[in-house]
Design a protein around this ligand. Structure first.
Ligand code: CDP
Ligand code: CDP
Length: 212
């Protein structure tokens, strides 16, 4: 089923450069940028706020079933609001959220909710949507699929330079091995390794690969 507007899907492992590249591509094309990782991070933030153990699947299901998530667009990109509260970058990227998010993201109920929210966003207009399963599950019919990669060493050093204590290898392991929507290179995606190129060069490669 085709979408009413084009969706550029960008997937890849942790700290590969997805968000930076997706934001710049969206700015260049005048599309709305959607960071779906922030939606999984927001649900995780709410679970931790409620004092629930992120590895207790039953408790997480019951804590998340009634959470209200909204994605208002501010300056060309979606924000994440939980129960009317707009979450900051510090809320979304805290060490406890980094540690817990892949446990929350492997639950079927959480994924079904968020995938449904993500599909509705295409009504906003043309999108650049970035995450782990955007080209494989959320918009598999999109002809504009990109997979951003970088070596594990480069990714760890980039995340370290951002000042976050983030066990990216462990998160990648959980994200690649889960049953529901594991991180894969989606069928038909153009793979761009940006270990040794600048952000601007990566953006040029993405734009060149698109068949818009
Ligand atoms: O920015 P970074 O690559 O470190 O992570 P993120 O994109 O903010 O995603 C955080 C976590 O959310 C990932 O490690 C996955 O567990 C989960 N996620 C997912 O399962 N599916 C998505 N479409 C996006 C994120
Ligand atoms: O969204 P994701 O976790 O995949 O990565 P990111 O947050 O966009 O990028 C992680 C860090 O690497 C940021 O500080 C980017 O500016 C930097 N980066 C870079 O220096 N050169 C690249 N070619 C790509 C990203």
């Amino acid at each position: 089923m085709s979408t009413p507007h084009p969706v550029i899907t960008i997937d890849g492992p942790a700290a590969s450069g997805k968000s930076s590249i997706a934001r710049l591509v969206a700015q260049r094309l005048g599309f709305t940028y959607v960071n779906t990782g922030n939606m999984y991070r927001a649900v995780t933030w709410a679970v931790l706020q409620a004092g629930v153990d992120p590895q207790d699947a039953e408790a997480v299901r019951s804590a998340t079933s009634s959470i209200l998530i909204e994605s208002p667009v501010v300056e060309g990109q979606t924000q994440v609001c939980i129960a009317g509260h707009s979450l900051t970058d510090a809320d979304l990227n805290s060490d406890p959220v980094n540690r817990a998010v892949s446990f929350i993201a492997r639950l079927n109920e959480v994924r079904e909710r968020l995938v449904a929210e993500q599909r509705v966003l295409v009504l906003l207009g043309p999108l650049v949507m970035e995450g782990r399963d955007i080209g494989s599950v959320v918009f598999p019919q999109s002809p504009h699929k990109i997979y951003i990669d970088a070596s594990e060493e480069v990714r760890a050093s980039r995340r370290g330079a951002q000042g976050h204590a983030d066990q990216i290898a462990e998160r990648d392991r959980l994200d690649k091995q889960r049953k529901n929507s594991p991180l894969i290179v989606p069928a038909g995606a153009t793979v761009i390794d940006n270990s040794y190129i600048t952000l601007d060069q990566a953006v040029e490669q993405v734009i060149a690969a698109l068949k818009l």
